[in-house]
Design a protein around this ligand. Structure first.
Ligand SMILES: NC(=O)c1ccc[n+]([C@@H]2O[C@H](COP(=O)([O-])OP(=O)(O)OC[C@H]3O[C@@H](n4cnc5c(N)ncnc54)[C@H](OP(=O)(O)O)[C@@H]3O)[C@@H](O)[C@H]2O)c1
Length: 281
């Protein structure tokens, strides 16, 4: 059920958007600010110019001290957090056999533990006031794992699992969790590459990397698509646990849900030309 709040009500609602210096976070913060919310964005290194549209707080989601300081500062300024848009993240592109434990840990440290750190920091003040909405930016990769994105998919699957458990635990309260599962979005998201690449995987990697680059650059969905979903769900008094964003993601997640594993594997292999590549460059 949707409840449209008045501009005055929005004006008093405080929303923290992590990773608001670019891409999806920036588009979301911009739209929410235009709609009248009291928006705070974050960046690891906020520039003075960035804070002119909405206040930007420094935040490194991999640091306990930084997360604590960010939430403390917001509470000192506003006394409340109505919604957290847990968006900060990056993507590691590498085959499983190219991914060191250190690289896998770094991916999960930002995308999963960073998001969890933020949830753990905002839940106490939300519990205290009895209301709050955590909106976690997951991914199509939170539902489907494609080759060369194993560590990224693992980080988003972990975020999905933790959010789903939390949603059950929050039953009977007015606190809510929503997962957004966007398709490729036109943001220029930072790709981290493995320190050691295997020559025998070079052809497949080139194909997959160029596909992912196209999907997150010129062929990606408009970031405003996600921003509008956030603006919609934040107003929803009974928000869904998951929202898929983008037609491609809707089709793929639906196929994942309905097809037998083997059939789904064939469909993905055919879409990504996985069986037609020569083994080596
Ligand atoms: N683009 C896509 O196709 C796509 C698809 C599905 C899901 N997503 C998800 O959407 C989210 C946003 O990605 P985007 O595409 O908008 O990429 P982006 O433009 O690169 O934005 C990422 C944001 O995260 C912040 N960030 C990165 N690492 C951080 C850290 N350790 N601590 C604090 N902030 C950090 C960056 O801020 P600073 O560098 O200023 O600190 C930046 O504002 C990510 O969670 C990503 O996984 C993206």
């Amino acid at each position: 059920m949707e409840s449209r709040s008045t501009p005055e009500a929005r004006n008093s609602r405080v929303v923290l958007v992590t990773g608001a210096s670019s891409g999806l976070g920036r588009a979301t913060a911009a739209l929410l600010a235009r709609r009248g919310y009291r928006v705070y964005g974050t960046s690891r290194q906020p520039t003075p110019r960035a804070g002119t549209e909405w206040p930007m707080l420094p935040l490194e989601v991999c640091s306990d001290a930084s997360v604590e300081a960010c939430v403390r500062e917001l509470l000192a300024r506003e006394g409340r957090i109505d919604a957290l848009v847990n968006n900060a993240g990056h993507a590691f592109i590498g085959a499983v056999e190219e991914t060191s434990l250190q690289e896998a840990r770094a991916q999960l440290e930002t995308n999963f533990f960073g998001a969890l750190r933020m949830m753990l920091a905002v839940l106490p003040p939300m519990r205290e006031r009895g209301v709050g909405h955590i909106i976690n930016v997951s991914s199509l990769s939170g539902a489907v794992a494609v080759p060369f994105l194993g560590a990224y998919a693992a980080s988003k699957h972990a975020l999905e699992a933790m959010s789903e458990s939390l949603a059950h635990e929050l039953r009977g309260t007015a606190l809510r969790v929503t997962l957004l599962q966007p398709d490729g979005m036109r943001t220029g998201i930072g790709f981290h590459h493995p320190r050691t690449e295997r020559p025998d995987l070079a052809v497949k990697r080139r194909r997959l990397v160029s596909l992912l680059e196209r999907a997150t650059r010129e062929e990606g969905n408009d970031p405003d698509l996600l921003a509008h979903e956030v603006a919609r769900v934040i107003e929803d008094s009974a928000p869904p646990l998951r929202i898929i964003i983008g037609e491609g993601a809707k089709r793929l997640i639906e196929a994942r849900r309905t097809l037998p594993e083997v059939e789904f594997g064939k469909l993905l292999a055919s879409a990504l030309h996985l069986d037609t590549e020569p083994a080596t460059a």
